[in-house]
Design a protein around this ligand. Structure first.
Ligand code: SAH
Length: 265
């Protein structure tokens, strides 16, 4: 099944139709992720943990671009960066994160995911949660289709940028994808680290019954785009989907996590 969307679902569609709560409930309630997407999440969490727990990568500022309503992408990194900025296009997504930061009643429970990362890293879940909440300083609006995704704000150059499952959801074609990646790389200081999580070969995913489109990408599409921007790819980790024909929530062929570095100049 290919995406039946006539128009690519862009940011404005997310603002009106993306159910933040259903998204985290469906995909982030347990460390394995959605039952139709075998081990998707544990693969991602494991990769992020291996990247950051070496302690090789550290600095002052970390930006996560297109966080959605989630915080999992910065759990393993939060020990190594003093100021973390999360971001998303939609108000509801940013509000969902704010509610968690403020311990609001009924906020989403990230404990199962936090516990899983702590088991991998031999840490205490409550200490980690406290640290994470301390270090997430802002949750900002962003639009990756802009040259400066944080316009009208200008952020100080980051030591690390993380982005997970955002660009393929936000960019309707490969030109837009290149442009967005360029904007993201400009957020990094020279020598800074880009960590990206994404899907290969996906054309759609669903949140409950709502369909969202996805830009179908290959590994070489992504590597070419990164090389074109002067980023060197250090790692490209891939988990192939099994039985993805049977999955009703998405049609990804593989999930990946990559680590790239901007030229040091
Ligand atoms: N990072 C999260 C969420 C991915 S879902 C995760 O790994 O699960 C895709 C996200 O892209 C949604 O939160 C959606 O609001 C966001 N998005 C869509 N268009 C965007 C745009 N133009 N700029 C920034 N974010 C966008």
């Amino acid at each position: 099944m290919m995406c039946e969307c006539v128009n690519f679902t862009e940011g404005e569609f997310y603002q009106g139709h993306f159910d933040s709560r259903a998204y985290v409930q469906n995909f982030y309630s347990c460390p394995r992720g959605h039952s139709d997407e075998k081990d998707f999440l544990s693969f991602v969490l494991g990769c992020l943990s291996r990247t950051f727990s070496t302690g090789k990568h550290k600095g002052q500022r970390l930006i996560d671009v297109g966080s959605g309503p989630t915080i999992h992408s910065v759990i393993s990194a939060c020990d190594f960066y003093e100021e973390i900025v999360l971001s998303d296009f939609t108000d509801n997504n940013r509000r969902e994160i704010e509610n968690w930061l403020k311990h609001e009643d009924g906020c989403f429970d990230w404990k199962p995911v936090l516990r899983y990362v702590c088991e991998l890293e031999g840490k205490s879940p409550s200490d980690l949660e406290t640290k994470l909440k301390q270090r997430i300083k802002k949750v900002l609006k962003c639009d990756v289709r802009l040259e400066n995704p944080f316009y009208p704000n200008t952020l100080e150059p980051a030591d690390c940028v993380i982005t997970s499952l955002c660009l393929e959801a936000a960019c309707k074609d490969i030109e837009t994808y290149h442009y967005a990646l360029h904007g993201i790389s400009k957020l990094l200081r020279p020598g800074g680290l880009l960590v990206m999580v994404g899907v290969l070969g996906e054309t759609f995913y669903k949140v409950d019954e709502q369909l969202f489109s996805c830009l179908r990408l290959s590994q070489s599409n992504i590597e070419d785009a990164l090389h074109g921007l002067g980023l060197s790819v250090h790692e490209f980790n891939i988990l192939k989907a099994e039985d993805w024909e049977n999955s009703s929530v998405s049609d990804f062929e593989a999930v990946f996590q990559l680590v790239a570095q901007k030229q040091p100049y």
